[in-house]
Design a protein. Structure first.
Length: 398
């Protein structure tokens, strides 16, 4: 099928997007929820700075690139509808989430509300904190569609609730949790709201003011199409002063006297001094690239392709689509009767098709409730095509 015939091309120039994505010549990449194929401008930003480091020295290269490094904060702020002083750039999304979460204080009987879609790394941190402090983790039930029930959340609110922690889009399905509605509940109750937006940033518009979250964590490597090992954190200005990071260094704080230090007033208190300038520039380039296409246009095309893929899979004998939610995104999960997901992944890889297989250990609450141990996850993006979907389904049939 020609690119002109595919959904969303009135807004997204698919031919250009693919021409600017070197990996499209090599693979059908349906693992964008793991790590997207980087576009050429992102690759150029990373490699260009590494070459500069090799030619003049790493410290000197960072000094020369300081204006561009500072613009990364402006780009991230624009992406999220935030202020630049509310942004921290850290090694990855989990470290971003951890730096904020471990800054909170809990005591015996304090309640932490979360959802069944919570990601393993986050939930392990919740468990550790509950064990240390005597706080209690409570899972908000899902509604009839499988997303977190806002009505149930409201009924669970009381004076002992000290945090609402929500994964916006889970690792193991196309579900989009109603973050804005959850944010409204949190604001009315005056409860901190921590949103893991690892899978949502880059595939859909995100406005932290509209959502009403106090903290948001995300990564560069997934739908933003940035490099690996770089992530970022948003912390609302009015909430910053309430959080002291679990550890500090000479970047996050200043040693002002022999026995005194001062924590910096902005979100960079959550950063470390040692960081990769090349990866940070790559992240900024990825944000600018996404903003150039437009997040509304990206969502329209990516979600349309995912809907096409779900319909095709649902029509195949023995295939069960496993996505939940009233609203579904660019992540498509399924199982095939009598076939192990890992076997399917290996078979597709031999045909030049990339997917991945979420395991129960990554989303135990949800997977246990549905009696699932593993899934096949195919996550599409705006540079993918309907022709690739047809080839994917043909490969799956064989």
């Amino acid at each position: 099928m020609s690119a002109d015939a595919e959904a969303g091309t009135a807004v997204i120039d698919v031919a250009r997007a693919r021409a600017e994505t070197p990996g499209c010549a090599n693979v059908i990449h349906f693992n964008n929820a793991g790590a997207s194929l980087m576009p050429q401008p992102v690759l150029d930003a990373v490699l260009g700075h590494l070459r500069l480091e090799s030619s003049i020295g790493a410290y000197e290269a960072a000094d020369r690139s300081e204006p561009a490094l500072e613009r990364v904060y402006d780009s991230l702020a624009a992406l999220l509808g935030a202020h630049r002083d509310e942004i921290a750039v850290v090694e990855n999304a989990t470290r971003a989430w951890d730096m904020a979460f471990y800054s909170l204080r809990f005591g015996p009987g304090d309640r932490i509300l979360t959802s069944a879609a919570e990601y393993a790394s986050n939930y392990i941190a919740l468990l550790q904190t509950a064990r240390r402090t005597g706080a209690v983790i409570e899972v908000v039930p899902g509604d009839a569609t499988g997303q977190v029930s806002v009505e149930a959340l409201e009924r669970m609110i009381d004076s002992r609730v000290k945090l609402i922690a929500l994964t916006h889009i889970p690792t193991n399905g196309g579900l989009v949790n109603p973050a804005r509605a959850v944010g409204a509940v949190a604001r009315r109750a005056g409860i901190p709201f921590l949103l893991d937006a690892c899978q949502s940033v880059g595939q859909m518009p995100i406005d932290v003011a509209e959502i009403g979250c106090d903290v948001l964590s995300a990564t560069g490597r997934k739908f933003l199409r940035g490099p690996r090992a770089i992530g970022f954190l948003y912390v609302r200005r009015d909430f910053l002063s309430k959080l002291e990071p679990p550890f500090l260094d000479m970047h996050a704080a200043t040693w002002v006297a022999r026995d005194a230090y001062e924590i910096r007033p902005d979100a960079r208190r959550f950063e470390n001094w040692e960081t990769s300038a090349a990866l940070k520039l790559g992240l900024g380039s990825a944000v600018d690239y996404a903003m150039e296409w437009g997040l509304e246009a990206i969502r329209e095309r990516a979600w349309s392709l995912a809907a096409t893929l779900r319909r095709a899979l649902a029509a195949m004998p023995g295939v069960t689509v496993r996505d939940l939610g009233a609203e579904k995104c660019a992540i498509v999960t399924f199982t095939v009767q009598g076939r192990d997901p890992e076997e399917i992944k290996r078979s597709l890889l031999e045909k030049g098709i990339n997917v991945t297989t979420p395991q129960i250990v990554a989303a135990r609450l949800d997977m246990e409730a549905r009696g699932l141990k593993s899934l096949v996850r195919a996550s599409v993006h705006y540079y993918n095509t309907e022709n690739e979907i047809e080839r994917f389904c043909a490969a799956l049939k064989t």
